[in-house]
Design a protein. Structure first.
Length: 263
């Protein structure tokens, strides 16, 4: 895998990895001296056909950091095994990147959040029913992984300070990761709220776990694409197209935060 990547990208030594979720692809425009290649150029990626996911790797510089960007991800709800879902993390680890920024589109469970808000992920609930570390352990990494600081506190503090300086409104909360691909029922929304989650989505938790298994630091940012339908607010759930349109607006603010993070 590494040889294929190194053949395609010159001088490949990423400081950071950045995974871009649904509708957030434009954040890749922050890259300077960008090189790019479609996933289809590599033998180790499956074909993916989800709207809003370009399916490209890009490499270049943001601020002072060399950044490898995965524009579009592989989801468990598409039937991909955990090893495919977390392939970007495996590649970043092999390239010795120490930090990964995970972005996603999520539904809000908190009535004070609106579509277009961005939320710094403080912690997550893994409700996907599995984990990328299930199976024979990959030595020398820990069998029983400590997840008390899944999303690095020092990185969160930095982003909160940057957001304040840049006057970018930034929510904070717990991300509930579910398998999908159905959106939540009203009963599920009430359950997730009771469990202490502020946003819900269908990605990110597996990548976070895999990255922590390799001792990488994780920063997580959700774009609130819609209010998760709870049957009380009488709001119809958004279509996938609407989810993508709202994320494009929030993408601008996330891009600014990523640029500050990499400066
Ligand atoms: N639920 C789950 N995943 C999502 C949602 C949602 O409401 N919005 C965007 N991704």
């Amino acid at each position: 895998m590494l040889v294929e990547l190194q053949k395609r990208f010159s001088d490949l030594k990423p400081d950071y990895g950045l995974i871009l979720g649904s509708g957030l692809g434009a954040i890749a425009n922050a890259l300077q001296d960008a090189q790019s290649a479609p996933y289809s150029d590599f033998s180790f990626f499956p074909n993916s056909h989800i709207a809003g996911h370009a399916g490209r790797i890009l490499y270049g510089r943001i601020g002072t950091k060399q950044v490898l960007i995965f524009q579009g991800r592989f989801h468990a709800y598409e039937g991909h095994p955990a090893s495919t879902v977390t392939l970007p993390i495996t590649l970043l680890h092999a390239l010795k990147a120490k930090t990964v920024i995970l972005t996603n589109a999520a539904g809000s469970l908190d009535p004070s959040f609106s579509a277009g808000d961005i939320m710094l992920i403080e912690d997550h609930l893994n409700l996907t029913g599995s984990s990328p570390t299930v199976g024979p352990n990959e030595d020398p990494y820990p069998r029983f992984l400590n997840m008390t600081e899944a999303y690095a506190l020092d990185l969160r503090k930095k982003v909160l300070a940057d957001a304040k300086k840049l006057s970018i409104p930034l929510k904070q909360g717990v991300y509930a990761g579910v398998l999908g691909p159905c959106y939540e029922t009203p009963a599920e929304v009430r359950m997730l709220r009771t469990l202490g989650a502020h946003a819900v989505g269908m990605s990110t938790v597996a990548e976070c776990i895999k990255a922590r298994h390799y001792s990488m630091s994780v920063l997580g940012i959700s774009c609130i694409a819609n209010a998760a339908f709870d049957g009380i607010q009488q709001q119809a759930p958004l279509s996938h197209e609407e989810v993508l349109a709202v994320s494009a607006q929030a993408a601008h603010n996330i891009r600014t935060l990523v640029e500050a993070f990499c400066s």
